[in-house]
Design a protein around this ligand. Structure first.
Ligand code: SF4
Length: 375
């Protein structure tokens, strides 16, 4: 079961917190679409049997692509890969690109899941983040998508935004729940160095929320979303029954995926491939039929650590038996101090051979995983 990720590296404007790879020169996207089509052709042997069960257009802002550009990419995928009928095809879309026309075109092309970048419903916070959309657009896009026939809609929200409070996050969560999406992803703000927020933070011009406030906001979403019928199946991801993101779940359960486009990553179990994060260099290499990627061979330690890091964040947890049988890694014996500390602190629970995080553990997921790392 493999996934295909297409990175569309264009945005209308730079959000102040974002360090993803993108360019605001989106008028030039036609050349890049051609390069991506060539990469799709050249990489077809990467996935076993060329079979693709999920396709995910991410970015960047894939909703900036025109219908012919999206159609070209999808046709190329169908020419070179085997895509079974019951597949999930996700398009990330920003509220300002969502109209009855665009929705109907995406439906015609076979897109059956939308992931909408709302981040917050509050106008001052949207402005602070430099999002291109308004509160009104955020509110109207889901009813429009539903009216166009979309039955699998995900919203992206953020917490721990500068100036946010538990009360303001509660308003965002209530608003999101009232709109009734099938899936909600919610990420805490991280201040990245090479962003406007990073520069302002360094100069002392950006006041971030206090550590206790961030934890309080995370606890609030762990209360409110399950109460509203959304299961926390990954630390940052909540879904109504039957609506997990199939594509993203593959990342977390270690299944192979192929990433196409500048800065995209691919993974086949033993290697990870990173495409160059530069549009012109990417295009130039593909014009010469070269894949502009560096390949990292994953050591046993890399594989164990990746398993621990991703699986501990999920409801599927870390299977001690799997760790021992695949990599001869006996976690309780090999990390006795961290293991005992985690149990004494009440961060872990165990069913059979599977260990998952408790509510308190979820507040410290990445740090707990790091303490269990091999090597
Ligand atoms: S629209 Fe998305 S990818 Fe583009 S700058 Fe904003 S957060 Fe980053």
């Amino acid at each position: 079961m493999a996934g295909l990720y297409i990175h569309v590296p264009f945005c209308k404007q730079a959000c102040h917190y974002c360090d993803f790879h993108f360019s605001t020169a989106w008028q030039h996207r036609g050349r890049l679409v051609e390069a991506m089509r060539n990469e799709l052709r050249l990489q077809q042997a990467y996935l076993p049997g060329r079979e693709v069960h999920t396709v995910y257009f991410g970015g960047g802002t894939p909703s900036l692509l025109s219908q012919p550009e999206l159609a070209l990419l999808l046709t190329t995928i169908h020419e070179h890969y085997l895509v079974p009928p019951a597949r999930e095809i996700t398009l990330e879309a920003n509220p300002d690109d969502i109209t009855p026309d665009s929705l109907s075109r995406w439906r015609q092309l076979g897109v059956n899941r939308l992931s909408i970048g709302i981040q917050t419903f509050q106008e001052p916070l949207l402005h602070q983040l430099n999002r291109a959309h308004s509160r009104a657009q955020a509110l109207q896009c889901i009813p429009l998508a539903r009216a166009a026939g979309f039955r699998n809609i995900s919203l992206d929200l953020m917490y721990a935004l500068p100036g946010s409070t538990v009360a303001s996050l509660a308003r965002d969560i209530d608003q999101a729940v009232a709109l009734g999406p099938q899936h909600i992803s919610i990420y805490g703000l991280t201040i990245e160095e090479k962003t406007a927020f990073g520069r302002w933070h360094q100069k002392g011009q950006l006041k971030t929320v206090a550590e206790g406030e961030e934890a309080a906001q995370f606890e609030l979403l762990m209360d409110r979303l399950p109460e509203a019928g959304y299961e926390q199946y990954e630390i940052s991801n909540f879904a109504q029954p039957g609506y997990h993101s199939t594509h993203n779940s593959r990342y977390w359960t270690g299944e192979p995926y192929l990433g196409i486009g500048p800065s995209a990553h691919s993974f086949n179990g033993t290697t990870r491939q990173h495409n160059v994060a530069h549009n012109a260099q990417y295009e130039k290499a593909l014009q010469q039929n070269e894949i502009p990627a560096t390949v990292e061979i994953l050591t046993r330690e890399n594989q164990i650590n990746e398993y621990l890091f991703t699986r501990l964040r999920t409801q599927w947890g870390v299977d001690l038996h799997e760790l021992a049988s695949r990599w001869h890694y006996h976690l309780p014996e090999q990390q006795p101090t961290a293991w005992q500390q985690a149990w004494q602190a009440g961060w872990l629970q165990q069913h059979g051979t599977v260990v998952t995080l408790t509510r308190q553990g979820k507040l410290l997921a990445d740090a707990i995983a790091a303490n269990f790392f091999a090597g």
